[in-house]
Design a protein around this ligand. Structure first.
Ligand code: ISL
Length: 539
């Protein structure tokens, strides 16, 4: 395929730098840790790496609170390390995407500090959303923040500033030309250093309705729903910003790497809305989170797959598939929870090392057989489960109260990767202590090293699938055709001479006629595909 189109069918591996690999042994992952594992990633067979924010940051939102967009967090390394990483990845044929966080920065960003110092009505304050409150000491609007409470914080002189996320993450004012130009320069800074593209954080939120209307109440509380017309999500102004960025990425078309690309993070449903973000003069692609939200259910999955592809293809964009990321419960555990409920109802107590594993294997082969691009979150190739029992005193992500219950943060999917060895830190770093989040003591069976030596491991299933995906002409971009004759609870589709069969029913099913079994997530039982398994067939 033409190199310029690599992103249309790329398998992108998400690195969460704090938790991936720790080269200097301080318990926190770093850039040199990623460099040391590049051969592992190349061997896995992915096309690109997306690195979650690596910028200087107080890490109050895991780095999505940026205090300098043109440097590397000293805890993670230096710009020279980043340059080396980009060059080494390219030498291995891996593309590098990094995270851009344009909706907000950290309260440690020098421009926000200057805005606090400069006072009411100053040009410095106009880079953010500073407003006077309403009569009676109320904030300017009733907007809710993502991590609990209201989205406005009052400061000493009585004004309030807007933060859609944590109090430490003031929102930029995208109506101010200085903000627009600053982000143009940030894009060029990293493109010139050789990155292949950006993942755009909350790509649907930068523009705000300047009239600042309140949002409606749901169950007595201001809604967080992205209803059409929401004053801070999916406003028409975001598209002007994206079009501007697309033109900048296209300026690089004649460089050896080709044009640079964007992937939008926007939790927008239905797909008709998301499709607006990937029109040909806007962002190249967008995460499709709809499958991530599906239960392990054939009918629901098929509807979502069809709905997504129809809408994204209508604007010429590729479909993308996401099962997990650093914000969600790992999919192995999501699927396993339903299983646990059923098994416990039948009097069986499953172990956490078995639960959800089969479904995670089946889901991986489904994801990698679908048309378009696929995202793999670090550790998913090892079948890591969500760590559900982290002690309270180690939790790092914001935890808050909503509707009378405590919402725990997202630490459980961010536990450092077990690479090797029989106990913590499992080769994560050279130290002997626990890394920044403790790893479960029973993870030795899940390490990359253990799995590399086991032909039936989850890791080797991914490797085999990625190898076939690279070499099979029917996989990657292109269309799919459903087999409507498939039994209930079975997803079956063909892509030219390739068939993918996923058994979500509760009985083993016979394989339809085929020339060759390319891959199966479980051993067959007498030519039957077991429950919760996927087979890839050559027709
Ligand atoms: O996590 C979500 C749903 O499970 C989303 O609502 C998510 O909070 C939202 O899409 C934004 O996420 C991104 O920006 C946040 C940051 O905390 C997340 O880690 C990041 O992925 C603020 O920068």
């Amino acid at each position: 395929r033409p190199a310029d189109d690599w992103w249309r069918s790329a398998v992108v591996y998400q690195v969460y730098p704090r938790s991936f690999a720790d080269a200097n042994g301080d318990g926190t992952g770093d850039v040199n840790g990623i460099r040391a594992r590049l051969p592992y990633l190349a061997d896995l067979g992915i096309d690109a790496i997306w690195i979650s924010p690596w910028y200087p940051s107080p890490l109050l939102d895991g780095g999505y609170d940026v205090s300098d967009y043109r440097d590397i967090n000293p805890d993670f390394g230096t710009l020279a390390d980043a340059d080396a990483l980009i060059a080494e990845a390219h030498a291995l044929g891996l593309r590098i995407l990094i995270d851009l966080v344009p909706n907000h920065c950290s309260w440690e960003h020098p421009w926000f500090k200057a805005a606090l110092a400069a006072g009411k009505g100053s040009p410095e304050r106009d880079l953010f959303w500073f407003r006077d409150g309403k009569d009676g000491g109320l904030p300017p609007t009733n907007w809710p923040a993502a991590f609990g409470g209201g989205a406005w914080q009052q400061i000493d002189d009585g004004q309030w500033y807007l933060h859609l996320f944590d109090i430490s993450q003031p929102d930029w004012n995208w109506d101010n030309p200085t903000v627009i130009e600053e982000f143009d320069a940030i894009l060029r800074f990293w493109f010139d250093r050789g990155i292949d593209g950006f993942r755009i954080d909350v790509a649907d939120s930068m523009a705000k309705d300047p009239a600042l209307p309140d949002v409606p109440l749901h169950n007595g509380e201001p809604t967080r729903e992205k209803y059409v017309g929401n004053p801070f999500y999916d406003q028409p102004g975001v598209h002007t910003i994206h079009q501007r960025w697309r033109a900048i990425a296209d300026e690089y078309a004649d460089t050896p790497q080709g044009p640079r690309v964007f992937v939008a993070e926007a939790w927008l449903s239905p797909a008709e809305r998301l499709a607006q973000y990937v029109r040909s003069n806007e962002l190249h692609s967008a995460f499709n989170f709809d499958v991530l939200r599906c239960a392990w259910d054939a009918k629901e999955l098929r509807e979502v797959i069809d709905h997504t592809t129809e809408n994204l293809w209508a604007v010429g964009a590729p479909a993308t598939w996401v099962l997990s990321n650093h914000d969600t419960i790992r999919h192995r555990t999501r699927y396993g929870r339903d299983q646990r409920d059923a098994l416990e109802g039948a009097g069986v107590v499953p172990t956490d090392l078995e639960l959800g594993r089969g479904r995670a294997r089946a889901a991986a082969l489904l994801e990698l057989a679908l048309p378009g691009g696929a995202y793999v979150y670090q550790g998913d190739e090892l079948a890591l489960p969500e760590v559900e029992n982290l002690p309270e005193d180690v939790l790092d992500d914001p935890t808050w109260e909503r509707s009378g219950h405590t919402v725990r943060g997202r630490d459980g999917c961010r536990v450092p990767i077990p690479w090797s060895g029989s106990g913590p830190p499992f080769g994560f770093g050279p130290g002997t202590d626990q890394p920044w989040l403790p790893q479960p003591a029973n993870w030795s069976a899940l390490t990359a090293e253990t799995q590399a030596n086991d032909p039936d491991s989850h890791l080797n299933l991914y490797k085999a699938a990625l190898r076939i995906r690279r070499s099979h002409p029917a996989l990657g971009e292109g269309r799919l055709t459903w087999d409507d004759e498939a039994p209930a609870g079975v997803l079956s589709f063909t892509r030219d001479s390739f068939r993918c069969l996923v058994n979500l029913s509760d009985v083993p099913i016979p394989l339809p006629p085929h020339q060759q079994l390319l891959l199966s997530s479980e051993p067959l039982t007498g030519n039957r595909l077991p429950v919760d398994a996927t087979a890839w067939l050559q027709l």
